[in-house]
Each structure stands twice: as structure tokens, then as C-alpha cells.
Design a protein around this ligand. Structure first.
Ligand code: DAH
Length: 345
């Protein structure tokens, strides 16, 4: 064994060129295989004298490391290119185009509503989706055996406690959380996801979205509520939108009303969207019940307020005449792409 032999193999390795993975494998066998050149040098090394071992040990190991690294390098570049006969990559081709998504109709509507109320001076507040009975029902003046607490409507997480955990059935729970922690006066909208134990159909789903509004200050009256809703309806549905209020009942508001907006499709003439009435129901609202204010430590003699709540899927349905609630949850790209034009990028 001589130093020249080691240097020769090292030089050969440096010169080595392989186009295909098969050629790299052949080179590996030639240098490092059982009968390979480097393997042979190692065998010869076993026979040499002690002095020579000291002389050749290190260069021989370095040669082996260099060979392993070179083979890896060749393997990587052969894998990157097509087979020797295959076409070379054309690096001047344009890159793959990313398809830009569009915003979901429920997000678009939520943003629009939040923006309108922001203009009126409202903040945005959020609360947890996993709630407790107190914030979803009790603090909102639901009597203990109110049917809304029923297992058929509510997804309970832990039953049997005095204050069981559950998935919130409406965003009115965020009203309570806001009253508990925000200083007065309060002006907030609370968008969020809600859950109800409903059979899924064109008109009902077990997951949907609501936006809640709450305004509390001194001397807030039903006239303020009506004005706020009218201004909202005109921003949302057009300057000529009309509203009407029908008496209703919610445990947390007194008096309560259901709000209809004039049908923006037939403009009151009557069509199949408004079922011939000329009106579309958009939300529930009312004056916050004094019991609800007091439950959260607000003096109902000094303060009054109004609240409202609407379903985002419903508003989106009216806006774009979507006839089946299930479309919102299926993520069918053909449906989602319909909203590209409405997506601000
Ligand atoms: N929480 C009610 C629902 O889920 C909607 C609602 C009605 C909210 C009247 C309110 C309100 O704040 O005043 O059906």
C-alpha cells in the first residue's frame, strides 16, 4: 500500500460523473462494494506494519468518508434530474399558479355587519363556545324548567351539575360576559358560532352563526333600538329598506320584538323568497329585562338597554338567495367560488 494509491482513488472520486441513479449505484459498488477499490485498500491495510498503520490510518478513513459523501451527492443530483434519456427540466417555464381562495359567505356577512356597527360606535366582544348553564340561560332570565334548556336543543357536556357545561345555543351568553366585565356604557356586537341539537335539513343545522348586539346606558329607550335597527337595515339592505317590528317574547328582553325588513327582491310586491308577504324576518330584539341587568350587577333603576340577535346564515341566505343551509357547511368549491366577486382581497 502506498500513499499514491490512496491519492489516485481520491482523484478518481472527484472526477466521477453519474447521470442516473443506476450509474451512482455502479460507482458505489466499484469503490465501496465487497470487491471495491476502497474495500481492497482496507484489506491491504490489515497486513501492513505498525508504522505504516500510523501513516495510512487517517488518510484511508478520510478517503472512505469522502467516497460516502460523494456517492450521496451524486445520488441527490441524479434523483433531481429525469432519467438520462428523459427530457431535461425547462427552467424557463412559468411556475405553478396558486389558486386564490375566496371568503366564505358567512364571513363576508359577519364582516359587513361588524363594520356597520363599528361605524355606529360599537366594539366587538367574543365569548367561549363551551359555556355553562348560568351564562347561557340562568343569567338571561330563563326559568329553571324553560324548554330551551331541554336536552333536545342543548348539547350538554356535563349533565347533572347545578351549573352544567354545554355548547352555547346562542351568542346572548356573550351579553352576560360583557356586562360582567365591561364598564358602562356598553355598546358591543358579539359574533360567534352556536350549537343546537337539531336534525340537519335545508332550513336547520346543528352548527350555525349569530351576531348579538347590546347597548346599555342611562335613558336608552325602545325608540333608540328602533332607530339603530333601521339604520342597520338601510346600510345592509339598501337606502330604501323599511323595517317593521312584531311583538314577540324572549326571556331576556321586555318588551321583545321580531324584526322584518322589506323584501329587497320584490320590493314589497310579494315573491317566493318572502312567501308573498313582502317582508323577511331578520332578527329578534328587545329592551334588556331588568332582571338580566341586575343578575350582572347593573343598577336597573339607573341604566337601561337594548339587545338584538340575528343568524348570519339567514342574512347570507337573504342576501344571495341561497335556498339550502347545508351549502354553507359542505365546502363545495363550486358553491364557494360563487362568492369570489364579493371577496375583497
Ligand atoms: N338569542 C336569541 C336566539 O338565539 C336571539 C335574540 C333575540 C337575541 C332577542 C337578543 C334578543 O339579544 O334581544 O334566538
Amino acid at each position: 500500500m502506498t500513499r499514491a494509491e490512496i491519492d489516485r482513488v481520491l482523484a478518481e472520486l472527484k472526477e466521477l460523473k453519474c447521470k442516473t441513479e443506476k450509474e451512482v449505484e455502479e460507482a458505489r459498488v466499484r469503490f465501496l462494494g465487497k470487491k471495491g477499490e476502497i474495500t481492497a485498500l482496507f484489506e491491504a491495510f490489515r497486513e501492513v506494519s505498525r508504522e505504516q498503520k500510523a501513516e495510512f490510518g487517517r488518510p484511508l478513513n478520510e478517503l472512505k468518508q469522502a467516497a460516502l459523501a460523494r456517492i450521496e451527492e451524486l445520488k441527490a443530483s441524479a434523483a433531481g434530474s429525469a432519467s438520462a434519456e428523459g427530457p431535461a427540466q425547462d427552467l424557463s417555464l412559468p411556475g405553478e399558479q396558486f389558486e386564490l381562495g375566496s371568503r366564505h359567505p358567512v364571513s363576508i356577512v359577519r364582516q359587513e355587519i361588524v363594520d356597520i356597527f363599528r361605524k355606529f360606535g360599537y366594539d366587538v366582544a367574543e365569548g367561549p363556545e363551551i359555556e355553562d348553564d348560568y351564562h347561557v340561560f340562568e343569567a338571561l332570565n330563563f326559568p329553571p324548567n324553560h324548554p330551551a334548556r331541554d336536552m333536545q336543543d342543548t348539547f350538554f357536556i356535563s349533565a347533572g351539575h347545578l351549573n352544567p357545561l354545554l355548547l352555547r345555543t346562542h351568542t346572548s351568553s356573550v351579553q352576560v360576559r360583557t356586562m360582567e366585565k365591561m364598564p358602562l356604557p356598553i355598546r358591543v356586537v358579539c359574533p360567534g358560532r352556536v350549537f343546537r341539537n337539531e336534525a340537519i335539513s335545508a332550513r336547520a343545522h346543528c352548527i350555525f352563526h349569530q351576531i348579538e348586539g347590546l347597548y346599555i346606558d342611562e335613558h336608552v329607550t325602545f325608540a333608540d333600538l328602533k332607530q339603530a335597527i333601521l339604520l342597520f337595515a338601510r346600510e345592509m339592505f339598501g337606502a330604501d329598506a323599511q323595517i317593521r317590528m312584531r311583538p314577540s317574547f324572549f326571556p331576556f328582553t321586555e318588551p321583545s320584538a321580531e324584526v322584518d325588513v322589506s323584501c329587497n327582491i320584490c320590493h314589497g310586491k310579494g315573491c317566493n323568497i318572502c312567501k308573498g308577504t313582502g317582508w323577511l324576518e331578520i332578527m329578534g330584539c328587545g329592551m334588556v329585562d331588568p332582571n338580566v341587568l341586575e343578575a350582572s350587577g347593573i343598577d336597573s333603576k339607573k341604566y337601561s338597554g337594548f339587545a338584538f340577535g340575528m343568524g348570519l346564515e339567514r342574512i347570507a341566505m337573504l342576501k344571495w338567495q341561497v335556498n339550502d343551509l347545508r351549502h354553507y357547511f359542505e365546502n363545495d368549491l363550486r358553491f364557494l367560488h360563487e362568492f369570489e366577486a364579493a371577496t375583497e382581497v
